[in-house]
Design a protein around this ligand. Sequence first.
Ligand code: KIV
Length: 241
Amino acid sequence: MKSRGEKIASLTAYDYPMTKLLDECGVPLLLVGDSLGMVVLGYPNTTLVTMAEMEHHTRAASRAKPRALLGADLPFHAYDNVTEAVANARQLVAAGAEFVKAEGGREILQQVRAIIADGIPFMGHIGMLPQHVLEEGGKYSIKGRDDAGHAKLLDDAAVLAEAGAFAVVLELVTPPVAKEITGRFPFATIGIGSGTDCDGQILVTPDLIGTFPWFTPKFVKQELNAAEQMRAAIEKWKGTI
Ligand code: KIV
């Protein structure tokens, strides 16, 4: 799709019905993201998500047998070293993932190389790394604004390209840097809060459709207020019994 200049629409899915629905809408790239922890499991951030939870939800999503490419996140501390990274990536594949994603660049290079050498397609994730939000004082901040941040993003992108990542999520990367990475490297860039010049865009589906109304990131244009519609339907039904 990158070589054809086609924009890559990507959304998160955590269960059977949403995977089936998104697939029926022709979304070509689906991710069982560890955002699962926040928008489904009620954790305050993604750092508490476990492999068991990721496997459970990956199995549910994969039962929809989507035509879309379906991937899953390696959760926090599931890829601290090469052995764990490969073993956990294999477990997600056994649960139905066709690729795995992990957060970071140069600091996880050995793990990325080992996963790809094991025959598992790998998606990178650079810029704001939600699994490291606590180290950042709890703030989700934009990356690539200063020279050091810009240089780090280019270095991380270069090592992921060299290792063979087929795609890289750019989260909260300043738009000019996201554009530069998109133009410079062969992998597909999938942006989130990183401007319009990426090869594709990903959103956390509940942010787009309004099923998690208690928090919506600033960069998201919510297309549906599903929570409001659900409240209205439930109240109407309550009045009929
Ligand atoms: O966990 C997630 O949903 C993600 C995407 C937003 C890229 O990592």
